[in-house]
Write a protein that binds this ligand. Structure first.
Ligand SMILES: Cc1ncc(COP(=O)(O)O)c(C=O)c1O
Length: 398
């Protein structure tokens, strides 16, 4: 048997993808599953983007490109960031095969053994895994529902007392909670970070255009320009433009980090798919009404699902301000000391029960560092949201 590296034994496969795969397999067997598991919009990629990909193929744009992305796309991304009130140069943009890949590449070029990276929880599942794959150590800080799942300046101040801390990851709007840092909250965190300029902040803004309090969620560097040299920002095409399968994302990094990421990509993945990059140019030229209509649909579904979840006895759910997830507290149904018709040892068992008995797929909060919670993606139709939550309520007799 081939011995695997210690590195890979530190991490487990993404639980979100595992649940989605199990639900898909049950569906393929003909079982009527309603899935709230998916981390992707249910909309199609907008037609002009699909047409641009076809045109690019027909033009023969099928060869290797520069590892950091075609210059036109790097420039277009840089220009697009002006909408967030921020000036970005094309050489600060690194195009990757998805936001996840951009995060992975940045983690590899910045962190190493001995480094600690602060991960406020609930957190997106891949942050701890990627930190461990860089030989660094994630340091979790619990940010409970009564502080809207957000890191406070006091918590950050305490955590930064450890000199081994070299990084911080903020995700806004958040997967899994839908929480969004306001401008003043970012300014307050920025003031604390100013005392440790060598600490690198990863700002994951993958869902910043799926924001319900305005057109676009606040950007950390736009709010705190003094942090420009210590922040790497991540964004992409998957969520905003419903392009999850295309695998295209990017980082905006200080030029030195961008060069290092370019080097790693040139020695690992090379460029993101050529015609996908050309097609992405069309995403920036879309009629803004396409995105507005989709955002309004998500807003309506958010209000619907949160209202229905709050109608289940014992369930609490904060109102998400961005992304497309409801993060609901089901701890009333969890008790490791007793098991009964309506009581489960943990959220994994509850998730399994809902899949088998209610035929509804959700993701357990423990995957995100929040045991007792369930994440429900509302990137699905109103009718399925209504039926799915009704099934959960019936199965729990709530
Ligand atoms: C918070 C967050 N960051 C990054 C990503 C990566 O997205 P992608 O690799 O599809 O661009 C996701 C996708 O689920 C996410 O939820």
């Amino acid at each position: 048997m081939i011995k695997l590296s210690d590195r890979i034994s530190r991490v487990e496969p993404s639980p979100t993808l595992a649940i989605t795969a199990k639900a898909k397999a049950m569906k393929a067997e003909g079982i009527d599953i309603i899935s709230f598991g998916a981390g992707e919009p249910d909309f199609d990629t907008p037609e002009p983007v699909r047409e641009a990909a076809k045109a690019s193929l027909d033009k023969g744009q099928t060869r290797y490109t520069a590892a950091a992305g075609i210059p036109e796309l790097r420039a277009a991304i840089a220009r697009d960031y002006a909408r967030r009130g921020r000036e970005v140069k094309a050489n600060e943009v690194i195009v990757s095969s998805g936001g996840k890949h951009a995060l992975y590449t940045a983690t590899q070029v910045i962190f190493e053994a001995g480094d600690k990276v602060i991960v406020p929880g609930p957190y997106w599942v891949s942050y701890p895994a990627q930190i461990l794959l860089a030989d660094a150590e994630p340091v979790f800080i619990d940010c409970p529902a009564d502080q809207d799942f957000k890191l406070t300046p006091e918590q950050l101040f305490e955590a930064l007392k450890d000199p081994a801390v070299r990084g911080l990851i903020l995700c806004s709007p958040s997967n899994p909670t839908g929480a969004v840092y306001t401008r003043s909250e970012l300014e307050a965190l920025g003031a604390v970070l100013a005392s440790r300029p060598e600490v690198v902040t990863f700002y994951d803004a993958m869902y910043d255009e799926l924001y319900y309090e305005g057109a676009i969620a606040p950007d950390l560097v736009a709010c705190v320009p003094a942090l420009k040299d210590s922040v790497v920002t991540f964004n992409g095409f998957s969520k905003t433009y419903a392009m999850t399968g295309w695998r295209l994302g990017y980082a905006i990094a200080p030029a030195g980090v961008a060069v290092a990421m370019d080097t790693l990509q040139s020695q690992s993945t090379s460029n993101s798919t050529s015609f996908v990059q050309y097609a992405a140019l069309a995403a920036f030229a879309l009629d803004p009404s396409v995105l507005t209509e989709r955002r309004e649909a998500f807003r309506r579904r958010k209000d619907l699902i949160v209202g229905l979840l709050r109608g289940i006895e014992g369930v609490k759910c904060t109102m998400p301000l961005g992304a497309f997830y409801a993060f609901a507290d089901f701890s009333a149904y969890i008790d490791p000391t007793k098991s009964g018709a309506n009581t489960f040892a943990d959220d994994m068992q509850l998730t399994e029960f809902l899949l088998v008995e209610a035929k509804v797929a959700v993701v357990p909060g423990s995957s995100f560092g929040a045991p007792g919670f369930l994440r429900l993606s509302y990137a699905t139709s109103d009718a399925l949201i209504e039926e799915g939550v009704r099934r959960i309520k019936r199965a729990l007799k709530g």
